[in-house]
Design a protein around this ligand. Structure first.
Ligand code: ATP
Length: 262
């Protein structure tokens, strides 16, 4: 395993679907990201893990054009810097934000339909609608129900379903398992893998480091705005520093996020 600073990808040479170089974000004097570089290879699952406030959400928001930054973000070879957020969606990047981002007073069906506003292929939309409903049978049962009346886990599924309806080639998932029961978390991670098998590249931000590292081909640890460790998901799962700080299985038995990697 290699350690930061990461000027090059320590992983196998797959073509990068997304490339982030020297990303810096600050808010009114708070430096949220101090020059973060990483790649997401085509068709893979990459996870970013880290404690609260490490900067994970800022990375996803920068990719979606929602946060000003310096450095470069390239998707399928295209520089995203001056691309407005709605065009970034149109390029094939879907962002499922922390807190879900659904329309609570619209029905499940309307939420899914609205996610296709940039598409002009009615047959493809119908196919994807069926695909989402077979991926998430709970949503089929609740098509006429307002999104806001779903359980937290179901709202999360609806948010992922909306991202799928937009025909994303790159899915940005921000804490998708937040607030879910352990059983639903298992279901969700299986679904994320299934979505990935249909050639969707996934960048996954998770507090549930254990589950995220298990399904990720590549993983990065973020601490106070810097990448401090990188490796395959399996490598990081086995790393004592990750165990100690994020998996709650270190020698001292400290809980997740209690310790710092140095
Ligand atoms: P969490 O899991 O708690 O969301 P995170 O790793 O996603 O954490 P960020 O949300 O990216 O971290 O936040 C990184 C840093 O930037 C934190 O110190 C946070 O307080 C700060 N920050 C984020 N958004 C803003 C904002 N809009 N205004 C000011 N500071 C912000």
């Amino acid at each position: 395993m290699k350690q930061a600073p990461l000027d090059q990808n320590p992983m196998e040479p797959a073509p990068p679907h997304l490339e982030v170089r020297d990303l810096r974000v600050h808010f009114d004097g708070i430096h949220a990201l101090h020059g973060v570089s990483f790649q997401v290879p085509q068709g893979q699952i990459v996870t970013l893990i880290g404690a609260n406030g490490a900067g994970k959400t800022s990375i996803l928001r920068a990719i979606s054009g929602l946060t000003p930054y310096t450095g470069s973000i390239t998707f399928e070879g295209r520089d995203l810097r001056r691309v407005p957020p709605h065009r970034i969606v149109g390029l094939g990047i879907a962002h499922v934000p922390e807190g879900r981002g659904i329309f609570g007073n619209l029905t499940v069906r309307e939420n899914l339909r609205l996610a296709t506003w940039q598409r002009h292929d009615p047959e493809g939309i119908e196919t994807d609608f069926e695909r989402v409903l077979s991926t998430f049978p709970r949503l089929r049962e609740r098509l006429r129900q307002p999104g806001g009346t779903l359980s937290g886990g179901e709202q999360q599924m609806l948010a992922v379903g909306r991202a799928l309806m937009s025909r994303a080639r790159l899915l940005l998932l921000d804490e998708p398992s937040m607030g879910m029961s352990p059983r639903l978390v298992q279901e969700l991670f299986a679904i994320i893998q299934e979505i990935n098998r249909t050639h969707t590249t996934i960048l996954l931000v998770e507090q549930n480091a254990n589950q995220a590292l298990r399904i990720a081909s590549h993983a990065y640890v973020l601490e106070t705005g810097r990448i401090t460790l990188a490796g395959t998901g399996q490598e990081l799962l086995g790393d004592p520093r990750v165990k100690e700080a994020y998996l709650g299985t270190g020698a001292t038995g400290k809980g997740a996020n209690d310790a710092k990697l140095q």
